[in-house]
Design a protein around this ligand. Structure first.
Ligand SMILES: Nc1nc2c(ncn2[C@@H]2O[C@H](COP(=O)(O)OP(=O)(O)OP(=O)(O)O)[C@@H](O)[C@H]2O)c(=O)[nH]1
Ligand SMILES: [Mg+2]
Length: 87
């Protein structure tokens, strides 16, 4: 049974590390078996072809973790301002 639900949006300037920290949260909470890298194009939230090729987030991506029955939604947003307004 889920005890609580929190929604966390990661918002910061371009290349601040939003996608990298999301990837680390997933890995360190044991929701993924390998730590992906933006530079290798294998993160969970930069899943579009254009995101992998360019190493930038193009659209907001949702993922979630469950810790001791507390669910935390993570929204990894793009930092490029022209893309941010498309979220
Ligand atoms: N030195 C250093 N580089 C980092 C760190 N976190 C991320 N990077 C690098 O910074 C670059 C951008 O990281 P991202 O995680 O894509 O940053 P982002 O905020 O999601 O970028 P956008 O979504 O495009 O705005 C990549 O080359 C990462 O390897 C960090 O803690 N230290
Ligand atoms: Mg990103």
């Amino acid at each position: 049974m889920i005890k609580s639900l929190q929604n966390i949006g990661l918002l910061a300037h371009v290349d601040a590390g939003k996608t990298s920290i999301t990837e680390n949260i997933l890995f360190l909470s044991q929701h993924t078996k390998q730590l992906g890298s933006v530079d290798k194009g294998n993160t969970v939230t930069d899943s579009m072809r254009v995101e992998k090729d360019r190493g930038i987030s193009v659209r907001a991506a949702h993922t979630a973790i469950l810790l001791n029955n507390h669910k935390i939604n993570l929204i990894d947003t793009p930092g490029h301002v022209d893309l941010f307004y498309d979220c």
